[in-house]
Design a protein around this ligand. Sequence first.
Ligand SMILES: [Zn+2]
Length: 310
Amino acid sequence: MVDIKEVAENIILIDDALYSIPEWGSVYLINEEKKALVDTGPTTSVNAVLDGIKKAGVGPAEIDYVIATHIHLDHAGGAGELLKYLPQAQVIVHHKGARHLINPEKLMKSFASTMGERMVQKTGPVTPIDEERIIPVSGDEVFKLGERQSLRVLHTPGHAPHQICILESRNNGVFSGDAIGISVAGGKVLVPATPPPAFDLELSLASLEKLTELNADLIYFAHFGATDRVRESIDIATNKLKTWNTIISRTFNEEGFEAAFKKIRAQLYSELEPARESESLYQYLASGIVAMNVTGFLKYFQEKKHGLRW
Ligand SMILES: [Zn+2]
C-alpha cells in the first residue's frame, strides 16, 4: 500500500517506492483548485503514484500540471507513461530537457551507459511525450493554481543543466529536485548529488546561493521528504561541495587521478554511514550513489583542468 503524507498545507508527499526502496523517492501532489505533481518517478513507479493520487482523494483526470524538476529518469522517466492516465495534464520542464522527453532515445542511452543494464531494468522504458503536452520553461515563469497558491520556476543548474526548482507561495516552500542534494535517513545524511555527464561545481554553488536568497521556510527534497531546516541544509550542501573539491584538487595535483578517486570515494562512504539504519537504502547509496558522485565530480574536475568547461 502506498504511503502518503501531508507535509505542508495542501502539499502531499507520495512515496513512489523508487526502486522498491521505502523513503527514497518523493513525488509531491499540490492540491489546489488546479492541481500539480512535482516529479513522477520512473515508469516502474507509475502505479504507486496513481495509487497515491487516488488515496489523497484526487482523480487522475483532475491533474493540470506535471512538473519535471529535471529529466533524470528517477524523476521524470515515468512522465510519459503516467500521462496516459492524466488526460488533462501538461508537462512543465526546462527547455534544455524538453526535447529528450519528446524523443527519449538519447536519454535512455545516456542512462544505460552511466548506470548500467541492471538499473535500466529497475527504471523501465521511457514513453515519449507528445510535443503539444509540453510547456518548456527557462526560469521565472509563474503558474497560478488557486487564490493562495502560485508556483514560481527557478532555473538552478549544476546537478544538471535542465534542473529547475519550484517555489510555492502558500507555505513558502521550495521543491528542490536534486539541486540541494539528497537528504535521507530522517535528514541525518545530506550529500550533494554530482552525477555525470554534466555536473558543474560553479553552477551548483551559484544555484545554492540563489536558493539561500529565497528565504524559503521549507525544502521539499526529491530524495526524501520535507524539512524546515532550510538554511542549515543549503549550508551543508555548499560546504560539502567545497570540501570535496579541496580534497580532489589537492590529491589530484599531488598524487594523480587514481588517488583522488579513492580518497573522494572513502570520504563519501564515511558520510553515508548514518543511512545504515535502512539496509536497502544504504546498499543502494553505497553501490550506486557513491560511484555516480565520484565519477561526475572527477569528470567535471578533469574537464575544468583541461580547459573544456571555460
Ligand atoms: Zn538527478
